[in-house]
Design a protein around this ligand. Structure first.
Ligand SMILES: [Zn+2]
Length: 217
């Protein structure tokens, strides 16, 4: 697989998913024609901001940016519900399952600048559970697309809801947005919190309170 370890890491899970034809038809992480076109755009972008794309430090930048862009948006090419379905088990466990502090990196769709933070995901099983590692994978697949934090939160909830049909799902995301921080538009260190809940987390105050206590504790 053509993967440049100097450019960015974290491709091992991706490689695992790409190895499964169920989840993904195209095996290559980078598409050659796309890389070429994106690199040409970046080359022009460098000229437009007043840089010399031919100077030594920038010669390889268009290709690096082209590959980074494809990696940062590889979630479009993966099916989060298929990833969940690949590890569903029948199980009578009916207490809350919580995966907290899931690292999250995404790009805002308004500026294509990063937002990053943590996701906390909980569900209450109704006969079906999912392999725990699949929950961070689902967060990642949706995050590796152009996003707004609100929609990202809802998409994670809905995917788990549809595949597991649980008693309830709760997702909370806390993130900082570089488009706000770098442009000085808002308070520099402000954290944006979004939540999406269903079932017992909406209907039962105690369940919701327990979830909130567990993620803030
Ligand atoms: Zn933005």
């Amino acid at each position: 697989m053509p993967h440049d370890p100097d450019t960015f890491g974290g491709a091992s899970d991706l490689a695992e998913d790409l190895a499964s034809p169920l989840l993904y038809e195209r095996r290559d992480l980078y598409h050659e024609a796309t890389t070429e076109e994106l690199a040409a755009l970046t080359h022009r972008q460098l000229e437009l901001v007043g840089e010399d794309p031919e100077r030594e430090g920038l010669v390889k930048t268009p290709e690096r940016v082209a590959k980074a862009m494809q990696f940062l948006t590889h979630g479009y090419r993966l099916d989060p519900e298929a990833i969940l379905r690949s590890a569903v088990f029948e199980e009578s466990y009916s207490e809350m399952v919580l995966v907290r502090d899931i690292e999250l990196y995404s790009l805002c769709e308004h500026h294509m600048l990063p937002f990053f933070g943590k996701a906390h995901v909980a569900y209450i099983p109704n006969g079906k559970i999912v392999g725990l590692s699949k929950i961070p994978r689902v967060v990642d697949v949706f995050a590796r697309r152009l996003q707004v934090q609100e929609r990202l939160t809802i998409q994670i909830r809905d995917a788990i809801e549809r595949v597991l049909e649980p008693e309830g799902v709760a997702v909370v995301i806390e993130a900082q947005h570089l488009c706000m921080m770098m442009r000085g538009a808002e308070k520099q260190n402000s954290m944006t919190t979004t939540s999406a809940m269903s079932g017992a987390f909406l209907d039962n105050d105690n369940t919701r309170a327990e979830f909130m206590r567990l993620i803030t504790g």
